[in-house]
Write a new protein. Sequence first.
Length: 241
Amino acid sequence: MQEIILFSALLSEMTFTWYNEPKKWSVNQTTINVHTDKNTDFWRKTHYGFERDSGHFYYHSLPGDQSFTATVNVRGKYNTLYDQGGLMLRTDENNWIKCGVEYVDGQQFASVVVTVNGWSDWSVVPINAPEILKLRTRREKEAVHIDFAEGEDGDFQMMRLAYLPITKRSNAILVGIMCASPNNATQGFDISFEDLNITIDHYTNGSVHFGSCYTFLFLFISLLLSFDFKNSLFLTESWYM
């Protein structure tokens, strides 16, 4: 695995892009600050019947079959029904995952929405309104592991193991931070994303992980180079005699 972020370094290389850029946002060395626009959301069909693709998403693009891990610390002033923010993984408008904090009926929840083939599901776990929620997503082929921890010193615990269809390497998977305020009556809320970190496996290609192949090849060549061919040949000739 190779770390590709200290976040400020990636910003200097302009590797992040907004999807539905908010009116108010800023960045410093380690933090992305956003004030959400009202009536913004990501959802597809299930139960409510509507389709929304208007939430804010600040993403980095990776090859479609890439394995990676993304982590971030989320700090928000949630105050209106369904205020939300966290991480997002996305291949297109019909296949994506968002996870983070969602504010429901006056309480904060660790929340995951998984959307596959245009249909969303939603799962939540109540949390104790921590100042910071730590998030970690690990994508391995078509599997996505989602973990969260309450507070800076909290231990990660599993929230979800989800399916997200793998795409061709020539396509892209997008990964980054997400936030939204679905309620039309709100004026939005302030949210900060600290220490965004993405690590990637450079030797992933679909279902094949070349790292182990290179390791075996290296060991095999090392063995050949250290082998005593002269003594081996002598022993072989002696055996035939």
